[in-house]
Design a protein around this ligand. Sequence first.
Ligand code: FNR
Length: 349
Amino acid sequence: MSRAKRKTEHIQHALSTADQGTSGFDDIAFVHQSLPDIRISDIHLHTTLGELSLSSPFFINAMTGGGGQKTLEINKGLAEAAKHCQIAMAVGSQMAALKDDKQRETFEIVRKVNENGIIFANIGSEATVDDAKRVVDMIEADGLQIHLNAVQELVMPEGDRDFTGALLRIEQIVQTVQVPVIVKEVGFGMSRETALRLKEIGVKIVDVGGFGGTNFACIENKRRSNIIAYFNDWGIPTAASIVEVVQTSPSLVVVGSGGVRTALDAVKAIALGASAVGMAVPFLRTLVEQGVEALVAYIEELHRDLTLIMGALGARTIDKLQRVPLVIRGDTHHWLTERGFDTKIYSCR
Ligand code: FNR
């Protein structure tokens, strides 16, 4: 099957597959404060991702490009909304454009539409240093996402079967490219062990890409005749994954993503320690089903809700939101306790 056809199948199946399992955000409860002592108009949504300055913690996570006209139109619409709302945006894996020059425009459109916006390039861990430089140059990217998707590849009928050497390639890319590198999962979550290995080779920003939202085992299974069902429930739920990575090292900058579906989910991700929050399918669905204007309205609503919740919590900035008290319950508490993480750090601060 051609790469372009695979890209359009991913979109179709991502939209038809409901979120699977739980991201764990339901296990997070804020401690209500009756005296928030705050003026809503004083609340700032500005955040930083390493050296990158973002006017909002929300960004459009990597999805598409490389599948011809349809993916060009989606990237155009996403870029228009990102520009209007001044949020960052990632493109999908650019490997397709490295293999086929004709696919370049499906990614380049994003920079064309949003000349001054924050845009992330995207490539898999099979990429060489040269590949990485080329995808960054292609869209004059402000950052580079390197995705880790071993389980997706295993379920994908035509997927990779050799995962050796990824860490070394990532290390070489981090040492060479001129923009910040974000290593991300695609919905299976990141563990303390993975985060530690990435940190050791110089990675500074990690996107946990946790379990509970878009599920690439389910998506790839829809493309198979003989289903590999056991991977459908595989992964670290996003809330637990954020804590795993945040507590691995205070110097790691963490992006919370995977199953973030509301502003409240985003607030919980940030309060657990994330500096920014990526969302993919909710933005794609709104764009495809209702158009750019509806996507802009949706992002504006997320910003409004984020502001209101920060108001209730008395947090004027994203930095302050990262320090509000919360209680971790249920399966997420069980997971974190079994893994040796101290949940009282959150409840007694
Ligand atoms: C993705 N995602 C993805 N990630 C990546 O790093 N490179 C890629 O090329 C793609 N491609 C892609 C295509 C489609 C159609 C979707 C829906 C998603 C994964 C995405 O960035 C994100 O990690 C997951 O979708 C989980 O986030 P949500 O959807 O639960 O918010």
